[in-house]
Write a protein that binds this ligand. Sequence first.
Ligand code: PLP
Length: 486
Amino acid sequence: MDSSQFRDAAHTAIEDIIKYYDTIQDRPVLPSVSPGYLKPLLPTSPPQEGESWPAIQSDIDKFIMPGLTHWQSPKYMAFFPCNSSFPGMLGEMYSSAFNAAAFNWICSPAVTELETIVMDWVAKLIGLPKEYLSEGEGGGIIQGTASEVVVTAVVAARERILRGRLSDMKDSEEKWDKIAEMRGKLVALGSEHAHSSTHKAAIIAGTRYRSVPAPRATDFAVTGAALRTAIEECKAKGLEPFYFTATIGSTATCAIDDLEGISEVAKDYPDIWIHVDAAYAGSALVCPEYQYLCPPIQNFSSFNFNLHKWLLVNFDCSAFFIKKRRDLTDTFSITPSYLRNEFSDRGLVTDYRDWQIPLGRRFRSLKVWFVLRTYGVSGLRAFIRNHIKLGEYFHSLLLTRTDLFTVITSPKFALTTFIINPHPRYAPSAATTLPGPTHEAYLNDFTTDAEARYQAEVNRVTKEVYERVNTQGEFFITGTVVCGNF
Ligand code: PLP
């Protein structure tokens, strides 16, 4: 494809994409294909001779579109969102045109420098404590996903505690034996409602994992007291807690851990790396009314949210902020001769490869820059507030039919969880009143057999409705289990 063929192909592709966005609301969200649908439709090996763009493009409609789930549809209400925007797409387009694996500053200075600037913009936009800005000892880096961030944080935390404990030992077999012995005792902690990425990160880092209770009584949040108890219980067994994920906006109910209480605990255990996972809800911090959450973060080690979830930046774009960038570089900086250059050697530049697990990196900051400039702070705040208002409206609609629905957790950010009420004949006894909109019975333990049967019936009915909605394909919603309720 030469540049003139590219011009024609790109114009038709853009037209096609615009048509897709202009009509997306008319499509069912979910595809109706069966597993393995694509294999019989495509050749078993690549073409011997190159094909024309029109031939390739027409196969999008024929073969790909039927198998797409339309995440950008207004009828898509599953999981957390994965927003896109036209300025975000333009950023992706330029990034792929400038195609580079810009791991060191010298590999493409603009890639590194724009990233540092836009990450500082984002840190200020969401009200992060100033310690997380690049002008001090901290800074931000863009990663692919929140899960990658958690792995990076857990590995850096593991190495930080080992470095601290073994700093007076010289490199030797004895030191490696000690490291192996200590690694086996390290425990990563996360709320029982923390995203599974923390448990996965502990597996990857080869440490233990333990969950901290976050019961209904605390609105599914980990309190400082619960964290302290978990730490002390580990220590009593001779184990070494070294890392904890605090969550703003848990996956099942959007719970917010007790950051103030956790921050008090952090002061007593300075060796423990506390990371804040705000993968979805962090975007809400662009609105000053949510920034009351930020001050305790000053006492933690790192913070992350996904701009690709709820801030109009196309996938992938996960912002990872660190209070002391040396915590990353001391772990991840390994410099063989082929990566050396005079700018790095003289300490004049940031080499983001030293802040992350992979070497190569994409030019992701362009799309962030485009989105921030296109919408402006006021546009982004209006966008988030509108979603939160829609979430509240949805909740108010549920409340108009308390005969049908019971709200389990009322809207947090834009998430509401609810169940479908079963037929009254399933109520365990006359004493069990039929549930109201936030009926406590659902959130307490069901103790008697009759109550357990009742809950099973609630779950059956709710699951059936959920499955019917998703089977119809018009809308897409997600199920979760809260206090035993589906
Ligand atoms: N953390 C939370 C609270 C999440 O809800 C999710 C996903 O929804 C993740 C982490 C993982 O996100 P990612 O897909 O970016 O790894």
